[in-house]
Design a binder for this molecule. Structure first.
Ligand SMILES: *Cc1c(COP(=O)(O)O)cnc(C)c1O
Length: 449
């Protein structure tokens, strides 16, 4: 499979290059040249198949030409060592719980898959030519405000030939999240930046643009612009449809995804393009309403991000927006109006204030006993407001409520239990390197490591 850039000004790349480089030379995002529909027989069999086997079929559809079948199967099985159950919350509303992975984040799947794929390419030939650098380990740089750092750190933990640097803003990450990437050691270095998240992101961006640094070090990113990070999230949606189809007869499904950078919903939409029987999608946002406004007006106007209770969705310029436009404009062939109308036929939006998030968490808990986290609350509420009679809705519960324990406890007046896996991280010793927000310091540090 070849991958083209959403800006259409860069040469097509093979999977290896798309994964190693992350972003195309023209700063566009890589898109697969074709999305093959999966056969009807697969969809018929899905309800009786287990998660790992469903995922392997989906993975083979994208990656089958580039990776040996046994290796790909191994990779998928290793990535999906946990379940993602569909839980009935009330009436026709179901939660797709995406938080049962190693760091209790849905990002675990993409992070682990990408780590294993990079490892595969490192073992099977050089990745140097793709990176235009002289050698050494692959260095993964990731800026985080919480969830991405822990998922990437744990996904890449112990993977030979790769070193991960997690940059996070000092004092701005919850203690539970911080310990998930500062206590694990090995090939993971946590860097505590004296600044805010945007400073961390600026350090990473500057590093990618610094010629001297890139001659000496092989650098790559691990956020959802990387095809290996976002595409595997499609597995979740096939599994959800399979589990519901085994319980309900021919449901008219609406899938609702709490969204920030739109990587997760983008994977769901790729699933739809492969033939996944879903009637409608909803992108649920917090107060960061750039996509919502695009749906209403047809104009895309990025804004600075606003801080909200659902902070993993505090994004003012969603990076995967370009992929969604490319998908529905057929690679830029359709006009902006046609593209917008195709998108609004399939996807609707929602945007909620912090007060609405609190109110939804409280009413859901009182009515059903289900504990929503602030991100999932946006998804649940959008279904409550938008589902039509006879339709069945599934929202992604993207975070375990214990990850936002302080907020959830305060809002609901309860004491959320911390799962063992999280508690284990909290017993570790914090190790991190203090860094100023000055790029010269970060560069010197990387050059000498
Ligand atoms: C990352 C994240 C999101 C947003 O996902 P995108 O793929 O960026 O849209 C939502 N909720 C939680 C808990 C997250 O960590």
């Amino acid at each position: 499979m070849k991958y083209y850039s959403t800006n259409h000004q860069a040469p097509v790349a093979d999977l290896r290059k798309a994964v190693v480089k992350g972003l195309a030379e023209d700063r566009g995002l890589y898109m697969p040249e074709t999305i093959h529909p999966l056969p009807k027989a697969f969809f018929d069999d899905m309800p009786t198949m287990k998660f790992q086997d469903i995922a392997y079929n989906v993975a083979a559809n994208f990656f089958g030409d580039d990776i040996d079948g046994d290796c790909l199967q191994d990779l998928v099985y290793d990535t999906l060592s946990f379940d993602c159950p569909v839980v009935k919350v009330k009436d026709n509303i179901y939660a797709l719980e995406l938080f049962h992975g190693p760091t209790l984040a849905f990002k675990d799947v993409g992070a682990r898959f990408m780590a294993r794929l990079l490892q595969y390419f490192l073992r099977n030939g050089s990745v140097r030519n793709d990176a235009n650098t002289t050698g050494g380990e692959v260095n993964v740089l990731v800026a985080t405000s919480g969830d991405t750092g822990s998922a990437v750190a744990n996904g890449f933990l112990g993977v030979e030939g790769i070193h991960v640097y997690v940059l996070y803003p000092k004092g701005k990450v919850s203690p539970i999240q911080e310990c998930q990437f500062t206590t694990i050691g090995q090939n993971i270095t946590a860097i505590e930046v004296d600044g805010v998240f945007d400073d961390c992101q600026a350090l990473v961006k500057n590093a990618f643009m610094d010629e001297e640094l890139n001659r000496q070090k092989m650098l790559t990113s691990a956020n959802s612009i990387n095809v290996a990070r976002f595409l595997p999230q499609a597995f979740y949606y096939f599994n959800a449809v399979a589990r519901l189809n085994s319980q309900l007869f021919n449901p008219q499904l609406t899938i609702c995804v709490p969204s920030g950078n739109f990587g997760n919903i983008c994977a769901a939409l790729f699933g739809h393009a492969m033939g996944l029987p879903v009637k409608h999608f909803i992108a649920a946002n917090n107060a960061n309403d750039v996509f919502y406004n695009y749906l209403q007006t047809g104009h895309y106007e990025p804004k600075p991000s606003l801080q909200t209770l659902a902070n993993a969705m505090d994004v003012g310029a969603p990076s995967n927006f370009a992929r969604i436009i490319d998908l529905y404009s057929e690679g830029g062939k359709l006009s902006a109006e046609e593209t917008h109308s195709r998108i609004t036929d399939l996807i609707s939006g929602a945007t909620y204030s912090d007060d609405q998030i609190r109110e939804t968490m409280r009413s859901c808990y009182a009515e059903t006993g289900y504990i929503l986290d602030p991100h999932g609350a946006c998804g649940y509420r959008a279904l409550e407001e938008q589902l039509q009679p006879g339709q069945v809705g599934v929202f992604c519960e993207t975070a375990h409520p214990a990850k936002f324990k302080e907020k959830v406890d305060e809002i609901l007046g309860i004491d959320v239990q911390i799962p063992d896996r999280l508690a284990a991280f909290m017993r570790g010793t914090k190790q991190s390197i203090a860094m100023s927000k000055d790029f010269a310091d970060f560069k010197a540090f990387l050059m000498n490591s």
